[in-house]
Unconditional design. Structure first.
Length: 368
């Protein structure tokens, strides 16, 4: 490359870097910015074309764990229909909702996007059903949010990890929510506003699309939804999403940091009290009618058996686990959990079928 071209390239890169800095200075004073970042565990030189959070986003998208999400269940296990939500489409929806809220509140959209895309990397095959069995089988316990952190810190890149920023890792670690009222300010007091957005966007996304899937699966109808949900949030998927997201933005307006909007000393991402009650009721309804019943269906029971068969098999045949996974822990439970958790639904089904022929045939009408 000629000296003239190198000079022009450097000028372009410098201009992009300056523009990125200007854009960050226009964010809310409450936003997490590059200047406020705690950085990475292993220091890296700055990239003039992308912010640290954009780099994190790109690293996550290019992981094997992210690609595997397309074949991992959200709620319904390896469904026959093409339009059911998968763990990947859920992740994309969380990112879309989160970015909408972040942009409206003038917060760091790049940080929200990166955290959203990485939040569910640690999910096991068969969603929360697989998670509950791994938690029973592993003497150290198991939770998908902790596993997501383990993936980005250790497991990806054959044990090297991704060296993400502390802010993205923290948002991934704390995105999960307890059943019941999870919108109390004390639950998020140590989280960045961007992490709070991801936490809330996750529940907005899954409640909205899980209703659609439950109706598609004929487990419920629109008429079965709680009356206040139908009255105040709407009967259509788009109406529910728009009304909830709008409520979050209006209720959290003080997070923009404007003098005129700064109504509280400690702004946090929230819904209005009315919508909080409606969402809590809806979430309880979904647990009662969808999430808990899934576990006692034929598919749910066999899914639990599959995870147990795989775990027991690889505990006894740990030499079959890839070497780089074995090199990352001295605990057999941890090693096998890392391996089984990384499986997609389809890989787990096929492997279990080889180990116990006939196990999955009736479950899925012989389509495997």
């Amino acid at each position: 490359m000629s000296k003239e071209k190198i000079k022009n390239l450097n000028e372009i890169i410098r201009e992009i870097s300056n523009q990125n800095s200007k854009n960050e200075k226009l964010l809310s004073p409450l936003a997490m910015t590059t200047e406020k970042s705690k950085g990475r565990l292993n220091h890296e030189e700055s990239n003039n074309l992308r912010s640290p959070y954009q780099i994190d986003r790109d690293r996550i998208i290019h992981t094997n764990a992210f690609r595997r999400l397309k074949h991992k269940s959200q709620v319904f296990i390896a469904p026959l229909g093409d339009h059911y939500v998968t763990r990947l489409t859920h992740t994309i929806e969380v990112s879309q909702i989160g970015r909408t809220i972040a942009r409206a509140l003038n917060l760091n959209e790049d940080l929200v996007e990166a955290t959203s895309l990485g939040h569910d990397l640690g999910h096991s095959p068969f969603g929360h059903i697989g998670e509950s069995i791994l938690n029973e089988l592993n003497s150290e316990g198991f939770h998908h949010s902790k596993q997501s952190v383990r993936i980005v810190e250790i497991l990806e890149k054959n044990g090297s990890g991704l060296n993400l920023t502390f802010e993205v890792i923290d948002g991934i670690k704390h995105h999960s929510k307890p059943q019941g009222d999870y919108m109390k300010p004390e639950l998020v007091k140590n989280l960045s506003l961007e992490a709070q957005i991801v936490r809330l966007s996750d529940s907005i996304a899954y409640l909205a699309h899980d209703i659609n899937d439950a109706i598609r699966a004929k487990m419920i109808t629109n008429n079965d939804l709680p009356e206040r949900t139908k009255k105040h949030l709407g009967l259509k998927h788009s109406e529910r999403l728009n009304n909830i997201i709008t409520d979050v933005i209006i209720s959290s307006w003080d997070c923009r940091g404007n003098i005129s909007s700064n109504k509280t000393n400690n702004p946090w991402i929230r819904m209005s009290p009315k919508v909080t009650e409606i969402i809590t009721d809806l979430r309880n309804f979904m647990f009662e009618k969808i999430y808990l019943p899934i576990g006692i269906t034929k598919e749910g029971k066999i899914s639990k058996e599959i995870v147990k068969i795989l775990f027991d098999y690889y505990i006894k045949n740990i030499h079959l686990v890839p070497n780089y996974i074995k090199s990352l822990s001295n605990s057999s439970d941890r090693i096998v959990t890392d391996y089984v958790c990384g499986m997609t639904d389809l890989f787990a089904l096929r492997t279990a079928e080889e180990l116990k022929p006939g196990l999955t045939t009736n479950m899925f009408d012989g389509r495997l």
